[in-house]
Design a protein around this ligand. Sequence first.
Ligand code: SAM
Ligand code: SF4
Length: 347
Amino acid sequence: MIKDYLKIRSPQELLKLAQGAYNYFCEPTHVLGGPIYVQIEPTTFCNLSCIMCSHSHHSDLRKKNLSREEFDTLFDKLYPGIKKISFVGIGEPLLNKDLSYFIEKSSKFKIHTHTTTNGLLIDENNLRALKEAGLKNLNISIDAPEKELYETIRRGGNFQRLCDNLLLLQKTNIQNRCEVVVWFVGTVENISFFPDMVGFVKKFGIKKVVMQVEQSWGQEYWKAIHAQNERSKLADFSLIHKKLEEAKERGKHCGVQVHYVNIPDKSSKRACKWPWKGFYISVDGLVTPCCIHGTDPRTLHFGNLLVEELEDILNNIKYKNFRKGLRLEVPPRFCQDCTSYYHPLQL
Ligand SMILES: C[S@@+](CC[C@H](N)C(=O)[O-])C[C@H]1O[C@@H](n2cnc3c(N)ncnc32)[C@H](O)[C@@H]1O
Ligand code: SF4
């Protein structure tokens, strides 16, 4: 990854990279250059309705795919300078037939690309296309290693189809060129199954599994649902700790790395660097501070990159005020529930 950041193709790109480093380390209110990382939402359509996902609870989600022309417009405003793009948002990226076009264009300019999928729409054609497009990192979201629980969490999903697709993935050897990682959202329903994920992913030749905890996506309506929900009881970090340790132990024996992210240490200081490294772009071009605010970008956004210039967005008063707010001791209202605001717990 660092290697990718250091692939410099022109003096202009070197300058942007130096500006990016200044922004990241000095955290100025007025940033220089442009983002080094963005997350672009390829679609808001989805084939599932997962119990913990805000997509399933959002009553007026704008249903849209990002088009090639729109991607080209965004790309021209971000390059040079941009070094990594994650193609993920609230929806299933494989439902956008132009996903491999976005990745191929980015790869041509030596930009590291990443996407996250529920894995149910994988087939030989889209796998080949992603591989040839130069995808560098493929995350697959699987929240249970067995049928009943999987299909309860991933509503509309089919466990057998998932397993068939993981076999296909293994057959194509995509892992020779692209890192494949399984992601698991830990909830009260599935936390005790986490150690079994190690043996499950190993069967398909996958070498890394990552646990994250449930986010409220910064949305008031979501917090209300979450508060009434049994899943909110997963505040028991000692249980998470125990299951992580068990999983790590199993991983050591069979060569599977076990990681966790987003498990916050609320007594720590701010870890979030988003406003000084990049932003999230919704399917309709709205620039939000990060993915947490991407669920409903109308709540907080700094402009529309499809129609405005990058500089007019990056250093407008709203964005600058947001940066100032994030530098204060107390997190801004929008960040108070974000699990990425803090440093992770040292488990
Ligand atoms: C919103 S999904 C979109 C990509 C794709 N549809 C998928 O399921 O992987 C992106 C990631 O967010 C995770 N996710 C969904 N709801 C979540 C929540 N409440 N908290 C944290 N992560 C969540 C998913 O498991 C997935 O790994
Ligand atoms: S987690 Fe992914 S697959 Fe599930 S509803 Fe959300 S966007 Fe769709």
